[in-house]
Every structure is written in structure tokens, then in C-alpha cells.
Design a protein around this ligand. Structure first.
Ligand code: ATP
Ligand code: MG
Ligand code: MG
Length: 547
């Protein structure tokens, strides 16, 4: 089932189509190219594209590039790549900057209608005279400038005669409005900044609250979906469309933004992690960015399934991060090759196994999906097991390896620990075990049972690998006011050096595996190469969480 269940926006869309208010649904995804997309944006992308898909409409990708100082072509490209990777194709690729000329002309229209004026107050003075929730604002001394003077000043603003911040264009609405957004909001500001697309053609830039409704109307967007913070801006959205005499009338609808436990999503914060070198770029696997999740090993299918499951509502909520993990496990369960990897190796010598002999054993590729077939894995006198799978002095109910105990080697034989070898400091460096040839996996041996099964890799052919295990970047704490750099989790990245089966030698970047008992891993596309394979843990095998 590709379509999500009903939600309030779908109800509106259905009613609008039925009543003939619109003949076709047009939505847009409007990122500002000032950073990489995160999982919250993914929710908005899925919502906009899937809504249009379901009702046979279309969706534009529109870059809201009205703030040149923070924007960059790098982000424009990364955002397109991420939207495509998520599985969506836009109808048209647009930029708010495509509309700068038309927006300017509509602003001139506002001035001519007496609906906008050039104001010489500083940003601070504008803030100070805006009033509060309980007190009305004060009219600007420049509010009653003549149309001629406004036209002249606005043209000179465009021509570059004034410095940044010297003047703005403001809407003339109502300084006593109970809605502060309607107290003569700024429509244009001066910024002598190079724009990544328009270069130095402009030194005045429209504000979001002016550019967004006009962009929507120019593109014929019918349903302009945004997050709840913009609910109070809606009257201004409608004002701009009406007063600018736009031919088409889009409507704004708000939904609750996605919040995830242990996850900060604001681009400003994510950018500072990148700028401070706390992470290895925007696509660091610990980042909640689409590119970070991809590099960690998340699939687009899992992210889309997650977005569908969380749904669209108007009520504020925080989604448990384990929900996202649930969907990647579900997606990979039947797809991922299940192999063995030893993350913290301990050498085991099987003393009664013939020296120099290597035999091949058959192993199923996915116990839950027979269609994935089997593979051959080598077995010999020397193998590696997981350091954690041995204890010299085990507690009760420890069923793995300890002196004198017998365990099953997955896909191989039973072995019994006979001797523990230590270095001068008393650290265990090697185990000497014996195996029982009768107990070969698949032979139907029923002579006796063992309680523990452990994984292993054959030593002479094992491939060295690095494993990267992750924890959240921030130590959570909603009431924690410390700057985030002080709240960083020192254990967010753990790097281990171990071994994988020899058949993994051809593993490519982004290949995904389930390592027996360790969870799902992805081949890191950036770090793997000549030096060896690097695996990112996507998620461990189990969680107590079931949505
Ligand atoms: P941030 O505050 O993280 O920088 P933003 O809203 O400023 O995000 P934009 O590039 O303006 O980033 O967002 C593009 C679209 O994505 C907007 O329509 C916005 O509403 C939506 N969006 C951003 N964050 C979320 C979120 N957490 N949940 C749902 N939608 C989101
Ligand atoms: Mg924004
Ligand atoms: Mg932002």
C-alpha cells in the first residue's frame, strides 16, 4: 500500500476537487538552499509529493533562495540529489530568484495602491515600535510618504544608492493589529550580497513572507503546505496574494513539524556541527540529514515508510527515534545477506583439526528468505571469535565459551575450550579448543545439545574491516540549557577493528548486510577503499519498541 492513510490535508484536497474549487492539485517543496535536508524535510517531501501523486497532480521543487548570504550552489545540488534519492521527481525545478523581477513589479503596484512604503527606521527601531501582544505598535514617521516619494526611493534602493539596513520597504497594513505579523511587516531589505544565481543583479531582496505567497501564486500552487509556526503568518500570506492582484489563489495549510527524540534538526545547528568539525561533514552517519542517514545505511523505502506511519497532524508531538529504526529493520530483514563479522577478535586454535587443511562449509544467506540461497565459507584450524563470547570466570547462565564449556560455531562444529593463553599482563590472547567432527552443521547430529551458538571467521582468509558504531550526538535533556557543544556525547562514535568473511571482498559502498548478532551494517562509501572496508552500523538487531 503506497498511499498513506487519511489525514486532514487529504480531506481538504478531496473537498476542493469535489467542489471544483481546484481542477488539479499542485504542491511544492520549498527548501531554502542554506544547508542539507534532514529527516524533518523528508516528512514534508513525502507529504507534498505523495499528496500530488495520489490525486494525479504535480509537485514543484522550488528553492526559496531569497537570503543570498547563507545560500550556496552546493546546497542546491545536494538537495536535488536527496529528493531524487528519496524517490521523487519534481514536475518543475524553480527558484524564488526566477521571480525577483515580477516580485519587484508587484511591490511597485503595492506602492501605487498606497499599500507599501519605504521606511528609514533601523531594524532595531522597527522592532521597538512593533508593540507587544498586549500593546499596539506605533506608526512609523515614514508611513505617510507620498506614492511618488516611495516610488522614487524604492527605485533608488534597487539601484544601490543606499547601504544595507538604511531603508526597507514595508507593507502598510495595521500597526494595531492583534496579529503582530500584520503590523507593517518588512517586504524588502537591502543586502549588497552576491547571490548564487542572480549574481550582483540585485541588492534588494524580498522577505520570506512576501516571496513565498507570490512564488506559490506564480507557479499555480493550489495547496501550500508548511509547518505550524507559520499559522500566524497566513493572514499576511493571503494579504500579499490579494493586494498584489495575483491571478491564482493558493491557500496555506499548516501541519506539525516532525520532532524525533535525541535529535536536533535545525539547519543552523547542523551547520555549526559541520563548521566546528564535530562531524565528518553533512553526511556524517550520525547526522539526521538525509545524506547522513543514507551513508549510515538507511534506505529511501524505510524513510518513506516511516513518514507514512507517523502521518500528518496538527498536534505537536515527538516521535521516538526507535520508530525510524523499526522501519529500516523491516526493510532489510528479507533483503540483507546475513553473514558473520567479528568486531573484537580473539584468536582460537582448534588443536585437533588437521594443520594446513581448509574445508568449505555451506551457510544460508538469509534464514528468513530461502530464495537468497547459500554460500560457501572456509573453516580451518585457526579462527577468530568475538572477545565478548569468552569469559574466563563466567557468571551463572553464561552459555558462551568458558574453560571446559562446549558451544556451537554457527554453520560449523561444536568446540570445547581447553586452554586459555595470556600475555605477561594477564590479558587473554588466544584460546585452545577442540572440535568434534561428528557435530558438523547440517549433519543431523543429535547426540548432545549445547546452549550457546557463537559466530566466527576463518583466520587465514578473513578480511580486515573497520566497524563504526554510533550513539546520538547529543546527550538528551530537554531542560538542558547548556550550549550544544558542551552537550556532545563523547561516545557518539566507536571504531572497532575486526574481520569479515572472505566472500565480502567485493562489497561496494552502500551494500548492506546483517552481521550475525551485531545488527545491520552498511559499507561506508567514503571511507571504504584501498585501505579496507569500513562498515557503519545502521541499527542493532533488536529493540523493545514496536509501533
Ligand atoms: P530548519 O529550521 O531546520 O532550518 P526550515 O524550515 O528553515 O528548517 P526550509 O528549507 O525552509 O527549512 O524547509 C523547507 C520545507 O521543509 C518547509 O516547507 C518546512 O516547513 C519543511 N520542514 C522543515 N523542517 C521540518 C520538520 N521538522 N518537519 C516537517 N517539515 C519540515
Ligand atoms: Mg525556512
Ligand atoms: Mg531555517
Amino acid at each position: 500500500n503506497k498511499t498513506s492513510s487519511s489525514n486532514f490535508i487529504k480531506n481538504i484536497v478531496e473537498a476542493d476537487l469535489k467542489s471544483g474549487k481546484v481542477s488539479e492539485i499542485v504542491t511544492r517543496f520549498p527548501p531554502e538552499p542554506n544547508g542539507y535536508l534532514h529527516i524533518g524535510h523528508a516528512k514534508s517531501i513525502c507529504l507534498n509529493f505523495e499528496l500530488a501523486d495520489e490525486y494525479k497532480g504535480r509537485t514543484n521543487l522550488r528553492f526559496d533562495d531569497t537570503n543570498p548570504v547563507k545560500e550556496d550552489t552546493e546546497y542546491v545540488n545536494a538537495i536535488q540529489e536527496d529528493v531524487r534519492w528519496l524517490g521523487f521527481e519534481w514536475d518543475e525545478l524553480r527558484f524564488a530568484s526566477d521571480y525577483f523581477e515580477e516580485m519587484y513589479e508587484r511591490a511597485v503596484l503595492l506602492i501605487k495602491k498606497g499599500k507599501a512604503y519605504v521606511c528609514d527606521l533601523s531594524a532595531e527601531q522597527i522592532r521597538e515600535t512593533r508593540g507587544t501582544l498586549t500593546e499596539p505598535g506605533k506608526n512609523s514617521p515614514f508611513r505617510d510618504r507620498s506614492v511618488e516619494e516611495n516610488l522614487d526611493l524604492f527605485a533608488r534602493m534597487r539601484a544601490g544608492e543606499f547601504k544595507d539596513g538604511e531603508r526597507v520597504l514595508r507593507a502598510k497594513i495595521d500597526m494595531a493589529s492583534p496579529n503582530i505579523n500584520l503590523r507593517d511587516p518588512v517586504l524588502y531589505r537591502i543586502a549588497h550580497a552576491h547571490h548564487h544565481r542572480t549574481g550582483d543583479a540585485w541588492c534588494i531582496y524580498p522577505m520570506y513572507d512576501y516571496a513565498h505567497p507570490l512564488g506559490d501564486a506564480i507557479e499555480g500552487v493550489t495547496h501550500s503546505i508548511c509547518t505550524l509556526e507559520f499559522e500566524d503568518h497566513r493572514p499576511l500570506y493571503d494579504w500579499a496574494i490579494q493586494e498584489c492582484e495575483m491571478e491564482s489563489t493558493p491557500h496555506q495549510y499548516e501541519f506539525a513539524r516532525l520532532n524525533v527524540t535525541n535529535t536536533i534538526m535545525s539547519k543552523r545547528y547542523l551547520k555549526s556541527l559541520v563548521d566546528e568539525g564535530v562531524v565528518d561533514g553533512w553526511d556524517d552517519p550520525r547526522m539526521p540529514t538525509v545524506s547522513g542517514l543514507r551513508r549510515k545505511g538507511f534506505t529511501a523505502e524505510a524513510i518513506r515508510a516511516f513518514c507514512r506511519e507517523i502521518g500528518v497532524a496538527r498536534a505537536y508531538s515527538v516521535v521516538d527515534e526507535r520508530m525510524l529504526e523499526h522501519f529500516i529493520r523491516e526493510d532489510l530483514k528479507l533483503k540483507a545477506l546475513r553473514t558473520m563479522a567479528v568486531l573484537q577478535p580473539l584468536k582460537v586454535v582448534i588443536t585437533n583439526y588437521p594443520e594446513g587443511q581448509v574445508e568449505m562449509l555451506e551457510a544460508e544467506n538469509n534464514a528468513e528468505n530461502e530464495e537468497m540461497g547459500t554460500r560457501q565459507i572456509p573453516f580451518s584450524r585457526e579462527i577468530y571469535i568475538e572477545r565478548d563470547d569468552f569469559m574466563e570466570n563466567p557468571p551463572a547462565k553464561y552459555f558462551r565459551l568458558f574453560p571446559g564449556n562446549e558451544v556451537r560455531l554457527k554453520h560449523a562444529y561444536f568446540i570445547t575450550c581447553q586452554e586459555v593463553i595470556k600475555d605477561a599482563d594477564g590479558n587473554v590472547t588466544e584460546l585452545r579448543c577442540t572440535y568434534d567432527p561428528e557435530t558438523k552443521s547440517g549433519s543431523g547430529f543429535t547426540g548432545r545439545k549445547v546452549k550457546g551458538t557463537i559466530h566466527w571467521v576463518e583466520a587465514s582468509q578473513a578480511i580486515k574491516a573497520e566497524f563504526r558504531l554510533f550513539e546520538p550526538l547529543l546527550v538528551d535533556g530537554d531542560n538542558d540549557d547548556r550550549p550544544f557543544l558542551e552537550r556532545l556525547n563523547p561516545n557518539s562514535l566507536e571504531v572497532l577493528e575486526g574481520f569479515v568473511e572472505p566472500n565480502m571482498k567485493d562489497a561496494q559502498g552502500q551494500d548492506k548486510f546483517q552481521f550475525f548478532r551485531h545488527g545491520y551494517f552498511n559499507v561506508d562509501p567514503k571511507l571504504s577503499g584501498e585501505g579496507g572496508i569500513v562498515f557503519n552500523r545502521i541499527v542493532s538487531l533488536k529493540s523493545s519498541f514496536d509501533p
